[in-house]
Design a protein around this ligand. Structure first.
Ligand code: ATP
Ligand code: MG
Length: 247
């Protein structure tokens, strides 16, 4: 298996996808919401972020879309230290720390230098794991510099033939530890097993996360009991436990 520069105490975990929009941002938010250890949710998608518009701020208001990766990148030209990161994070309801992503993809053009340094800083954030949403792979090869710093790279996919075919190609050129299938609850185990048959030999694990439109919708609102009982969150809790145990 590929070796990644992991850190014994805390971990950087990268979530990404090949084509389509299987639900990387949703999975990252759901996992961070139930992560069994202190965690920072970092939106590192070069195509631009969604979290500022989706997650409720700790005071019930909205997050500042201008504060996050962009401000970090602007101040970090002289060097990017892990200790700087928290000056650019925001708290959402429940106290989760979020590093909000770029507001649009064009900003990534000036930040190509940043990804490796960002990966090193995120991997060295003290006292918290970092879940990084890296979006779709392919368009920004420099993102590989960030991924190389992570302890786990997890690729998300739907169980459809086209998604899995692209994923299989992706796994030929990109290293990944595991795959997570956004699986229809009506055929949950079967969908995961189908994907495992096709790509299971290239990764250490293939797990699932429920396809749950209601849960995904609740995740964008005020977090509460109904979200907590959703299939999305219940399967995210199971997945989080598995990811932590793989470490
Ligand atoms: N597990 C899920 N169950 C049901 N719907 C989902 C799930 N995950 C995501 N969705 C829905 O799919 C759409 C895309 O989700 P999301 O933004 O998380 O995908 P993404 O892979 O991050 O896409 P992009 O590449 O555009 O950033 C959204 O409408 C979201 O509500
Ligand atoms: Mg996304």
């Amino acid at each position: 298996m590929p070796s990644f520069r992991g850190h014994a105490d805390v971990a950087l975990i990268v979530l990404a996808a090949d084509k389509g929009a299987p639900g990387v941002t949703t999975a990252a938010a759901a996992l961070a919401a139930v992560w069994p250890r202190p965690v920072l949710l970092a939106e590192c998608d070069p195509a631009g972020g969604d979290l500022a518009y989706r997650l409720p701020a700790a005071d019930g208001g909205v997050l500042n879309p201008g504060k996050g990766l962009l401000t970090l990148g602007a101040t970090a030209r002289r060097g990017l230290e892990a200790a700087q990161i928290h000056q650019h994070t925001q708290k959402i309801i429940g106290g989760l720390d979020v590093l909000v992503g770029l507001t649009h993809g064009e900003q990534a053009a000036g930040l190509a230098w940043m990804w490796g340094a960002l990966g090193r800083a995120l991997a060295a954030v003290p006292d918290a794991d970092v879940i990084a949403d890296c979006g779709r792979l392919g368009a920004h090869p420099q993102l590989g510099d960030l991924m190389a710093e992570s302890e786990q790279v997890v690729l998300l996919t739907r169980a459809t033939l086209d998604h899995v075919a692209h994923l299989r190609e992706r796994l030929q050129v990109s290293k990944a530890h595991g795959v997570v299938v956004i699986a229809d609850p009506r055929n949950y185990r079967g969908s995961i097993e189908d994907v495992r048959r096709i790509v299971g030999h290239s990764v250490q694990f293939v797990h699932g996360l429920a396809y749950d439109p209601k849960g995904a919708e609740l995740l964008r609102g005020q977090w509460g009991g109904r979200l907590d009982r959703s299939l999305l969150i219940r399967t995210a809790r199971d997945l989080a436990g598995r990811l932590v145990s793989h470490r």
